[in-house]
Write a protein that binds this ligand. Structure first.
Ligand SMILES: *[C@@H]1O[C@H](CO)[C@@H](O)[C@H](O)[C@H]1NC(C)=O
Ligand SMILES: *[C@@H]1O[C@H](CO)[C@@H](O)[C@H](O)[C@H]1NC(C)=O
Ligand SMILES: *[C@@H]1O[C@H](CO)[C@@H](O)[C@H](O)[C@H]1NC(C)=O
Ligand SMILES: *[C@@H]1O[C@H](CO)[C@@H](O)[C@H](O)[C@H]1NC(C)=O
Length: 387
């Protein structure tokens, strides 16, 4: 009897402790979830109430001499004649870092192969890599190769082979991404202004080049202007948690919501819009280091607004399926599998899969199963299944 009582007490004690533990975990999580939900709701309502964000333009405008400090970096590697005497449909900037040699190699031999695009799709696309300067200390693991060359010498050698690196003399770091954005628009303005579209992309995305090219040809035929397309973030709140990569202090951005912008993973602008953005970078304070948000601020200042395309992905990776390849534009988070995906996506039988009434029905069902998830995955939205 006594023994059973003791055991019961111990049991209860364990139960009580477990309950406390679970409760505190739930409360901690709830607080985070709550903060998240509250800040999104506040941000979203704010966005609809303020309607315009014109004060952002005012508060970010600085004298031109001061704005120049964000763009007057020296070119360490440059190719001024890259677009010369060509009718360039698309100038595609891949944002890369000095150490990502393998990613650049993969892109050159898959979706970024200019020769393939010219021969197979019959258009001129220029694919160039935007980067800053490497740290002088060889502290990145990717540099610990047996090569005795320093990081910059390796880049020079790579560029001599491929002729596609555009590098400026600012330190290549996360907090300098906005400088890389400005580099792209300035380079286009001075070296490739006649390209019909500008795309900026991460070096770990997959671009379905045949789909993108035929889409842009269509847009070009229609003579679109003020065009900016990608995965749109509407009413996104600034992140105020200091431990986040995307932390932005109040002094840098005091408002509850960012103007609309597209996910930096990959988006396209028409040349007239690109020129307007270029003009905006001449007068705005580019200290805000989140480059896609800064792009939104520039666009807002010159009256360009982003449009949504359901087959541009955000941070997410598109599910693998023939029915998806038929329509996809970009997908994020590909490093090793880019070769397989390129092979699978450009195989001629892809189109056959989704043609005819039965094919279309089948693909709609497959896409619903793959895309219509009850939880948030930042790839293609559910509505993409019905297009
Ligand atoms: C690019 O494509 C061309 C033509 O299809 C091919 O000959 C060449 O090997 C490719 N380049 C690379 C780096 O894979
Ligand atoms: C950005 O680049 C400049 C110029 O190289 C450098 O002085 C600065 O430290 C860099 N900023 C960050 C946050 O890396
Ligand atoms: C630009 O913004 C930063 C951060 O908000 C601020 O510290 C800096 O003084 C501003 N620059 C100018 C020239 O106003
Ligand atoms: C943004 O500010 C600049 C300078 O203050 C002004 O010239 C421009 O018209 C403004 N743009 C908009 C869209 O209000």
């Amino acid at each position: 009897m006594f023994l059973r009582f003791r055991r019961l007490r111990r049991c209860q004690c364990v139960q009580l402790m477990t309950t406390c533990l679970v409760l505190s975990v739930v409360m901690v999580c709830w607080e985070q979830l709550d903060n998240h939900v509250v800040s999104h709701v506040k941000s979203y309502s704010y966005r609809y109430l303020v309607n315009g964000f014109s004060y952002i333009n005012k508060s970010f405008t600085i004298p031109r001499e001061q704005a120049r400090s964000f763009s007057n970096f020296r070119y360490l590697l440059d190719h001024p004649d890259k677009c010369a005497n060509k009718d360039v449909l698309l100038l595609l900037f891949v944002k890369t870092s000095p150490g990502n040699t393998e990613r650049r190699k993969a892109i050159r031999s898959t979706w970024g192969n200019e020769t393939y695009i010219q021969n197979t799709l019959g258009v001129t696309v220029r694919v160039v890599f935007a980067l800053g300067s490497p740290r002088t200390k060889t502290d990145e693991p990717s540099w610990r190769t047996r090569s005795r060359l320093g990081p910059q010498e390796q880049l020079i050698r790579e560029d001599r082979l491929h002729g596609d690196l555009i590098q400026q003399d600012f330190l290549d770091s996360f907090h300098n991404l906005t400088l890389k954005l400005i580099l792209q628009f300035h380079w286009m303005h001075s070296r490739c202004a006649h390209a019909r579209f500008l795309m900026t992309a991460d070096d770990d995305i997959f671009v379905h080049m045949p789909n993108l090219v035929s889409y842009l040809q269509d847009m070009s035929r229609r003579g679109v202007t003020n065009f900016w397309i990608g995965r749109v973030h509407r009413g996104a709140p600034p992140i105020r948690r200091k431990d986040s990569k995307y932390y932005v202090p109040y002094e840098m951005y005091p408002w509850l919501s960012y103007p609309d912008y597209t996910a930096g993973a990959g988006y396209v602008v028409s040349s007239d819009a690109a020129d307007k953005i270029y003009q905006a970078t001449l007068t705005l304070n580019a200290s805000l280091y989140i480059d896609d948000v800064f792009m939104g601020i520039c666009a807002n200042a010159v009256g360009v607004s982003p449009q949504e395309h359901v087959y541009f992905s955000g941070e997410g990776t598109a599910p693998y399926h023939m029915c998806i390849y038929d329509q996809m534009m970009t997908s994020h988070g590909h490093v090793e599998n880019i070769y397989d995906l390129w092979k699978a996506a450009t195989r001629p039988q892809v189109k056959r899969w989704s043609s005819g009434v039965v094919g279309r029905l089948y693909c709609t069902a497959v896409k619903m199963a793959l895309l219509c998830k009850p939880y948030y995955v930042n790839t293609y939205p559910c509505k993409a299944a019905f297009l």
